[in-house]
Write a protein that binds this ligand. Structure first.
Ligand code: MSK
Length: 515
């Protein structure tokens, strides 16, 4: 049924993951290398030691993640011709956190746009021959977390809320069953909501159009407009492979380059909309403002309607017979609708041990089934807040009940999680770092997940990283991170790739807090 894969793809071989890079033991910052640090005590051609290389790689990932989130926020501001105002956001940082950062020698960007200078400095200092002090490089990763959190996550979320409204709690539809074989299916995928919002507006005039979301653009449309969420990052190809998608509209971040080849195998029209995110074989429809976004949205709908004639009817029959069971979830939570007061009371009265935020991606290398099961068991003792692809993973297993599991939206909406932590700490009259708040990225994929982890570390949460535990592969780096968290914040770093072990570790080590 599927058309022959283009000869070009057939001739290529799927790349095996590199064992040195997997542990972050590869340095390719200069053309005398690359140097492989798999052997302990090895020294690079320039004299760099392994701990420096692992720390530099970590900072580069955190800087990449911060660039993506700050870029997302900036795109929104440019779109609305809005000026940057971070004053209100920065006022949310508690004084004790500012003091901790000061003791670490970290200052927050003061002037508008300075966050981009910080990202440039992080890349500069990790280029060959600048910083040779691995501990200082690690400190910069925390600094990137702060930039990511306040100038990326908070700024993007607050701007989206201002122009598109704050989500409300509701029941929503999630998984591939939302694809409708009797309609024209348009999938919107990526992270920035501007064009997706324009399509939502225009699609109201076309009753034959079925709009569905993918990845974080999907999570944000689900939370604001109850547009069904078909897939997270990992399932984006499955959406196209149904053979029922007339247009796959992508903006930026987490879009697999494979979509370009995959859409060629079906009738799906791939449409790119970000001025920086282009793909081969795609129709490119960039926009700069609301008027242009409306025009692009109209053209996309027209293109999809015309493309329906190219759909193979066999796919419709196949989907109807094999349609997945519909999944409905409770979603649309924010720091204003999560029951902060009850959570605080339950912590104070030892009814729960704390709150775990399960954030970030769903890496296929990880035991995703095992992680879902582990958090299901942990939810008896903890409230679970969740965002991004892990939220989808919980939803697809029927766990997003709005009682123990709370879906707070897309990746940039992790600022809502931070606000829940801050508000609970205010209610309990305690510092965030004195409370049982754990942020877990059990299956990270992207640089953004590293930046998000560093952000939560910087505000005083304990951090868990699952597979691949890349930065804990070097004992010097791992021990430095553990002692910075312990000595400076009084928090913990959990590096555990085994769901069952992590769950047991928490239940044994983590007792009820005495307030
Ligand atoms: S989409 S960053 S794979 S959570 Fe935000 Fe999922 Fe990770 Fe992308």
């Amino acid at each position: 049924m599927i058309q022959e894969l283009p000869a070009m793809i057939n001739a290529r071989v799927l790349q095996k993951q590199c064992r040195a890079g997997d542990r972050s033991f590869c340095c390719k910052e200069c053309l005398m290398g690359p140097c492989n640090f798999s052997i302990n005590n090895s020294i690079g051609v320039c004299g760099a030691k392994r701990e420096l290389v692992v720390s530099r790689n970590m900072l580069r990932m955190a800087a990449g993640g911060a660039a993506a989130h700050c870029g997302h926020a900036q795109e929104l501001l440019d779109f609305f011709s809005a000026s940057v105002s971070t004053e209100k956001i920065l006022k949310l940082i508690p004084d004790y956190i500012l003091r901790i950062w000061k003791n670490l020698g970290i200052e927050i960007p003061a002037k508008p746009g300075e966050q981009f200078r910080e990202i440039t400095d992080a890349l500069h200092l990790t280029s060959m021959g600048v910083s040779g002090d691995y501990a200082d490089v690690l400190k910069w990763s925390i600094r990137m977390g702060i930039v990511d959190g306040y100038f990326g996550l908070y700024l993007a979320t607050n701007t989206e809320d201002k122009y598109y409204g704050k989500p409300k709690v509701k029941s929503g539809h999630l998984n591939l069953s939302c694809i409708n074989p009797d309609k024209i299916n348009i999938a919107v995928h990526g992270h920035e909501p501007m064009l997706a919002e324009a399509i939502v507006k225009q699609a109201k005039n076309f009753p034959d159009v079925n709009l569905i979301g993918v990845c974080c653009t999907g999570a944000s449309l689900l939370a604001r407009h109850n547009i069904p969420h078909a897939a997270h990052f990992l399932l984006q190809e499955d959406v196209v492979a149904t053979g029922l998608i007339e247009a796959m509209v992508v903006d930026s971040q987490c879009i697999m380059p494979s979509l370009s080849d995959l859409c060629e195998c079906f009738h799906t029209k791939l449409i790119t909309t970000s001025h920086i995110g282009k793909m081969q074989n795609a129709l490119h429809l960039p926009f700069n403002n609301e008027e242009e976004a409306d025009a692009a949205a109209f053209k996309i709908i027209e293109t999809a309607i015309d493309n329906k004639a190219n759909r193979k009817t066999d796919f419709e029959e196949h989907f109807k017979v094999n349609k997945p069971e519909e999944k409905h979830v409770i979603l649309g939570f924010s720091d204003e609708t999560v029951p902060v007061e009850k959570m605080a009371e339950d912590i104070a009265q030892n009814k729960v041990k704390g709150v775990i935020a399960v954030v970030g991606c769903a890496n296929p290398r990880s035991d995703l089934k095992g992680w879902v099961e582990a958090f299901k068991i942990l939810s008896k003792d903890y409230y679970i807040l969740t965002t991004g692809c892990m939220a989808f993973e919980f939803g697809s297993k029927g766990l997003l009940d709005g009682e123990r599991f709370f879906h707070l939206g897309s990746c940039v909406n992790n600022s809502r999680v931070a606000e829940v932590f801050r508000k609970i700490s205010v209610k309990l009259n305690r510092q965030i770092n004195e409370l049982p708040f754990i942020v877990s990225a059990p299956a990270p994929i992207t640089e953004k997940a590293v930046a998000i982890g560093m952000f939560f570390t910087s505000i005083g949460c304990s951090l868990h990283i699952g597979e691949p535990a890349r930065f804990a592969s070097d004992p010097i780096v791992a021990n430095t991170l553990i002692s910075v968290l312990h000595d400076t914040f009084g928090t913990k770093l959990y590096v555990n790739t085994d769901p069952l072990e992590f769950q047991k570790q928490l239940l044994i080590e983590h007792s009820f807090v005495q307030l």
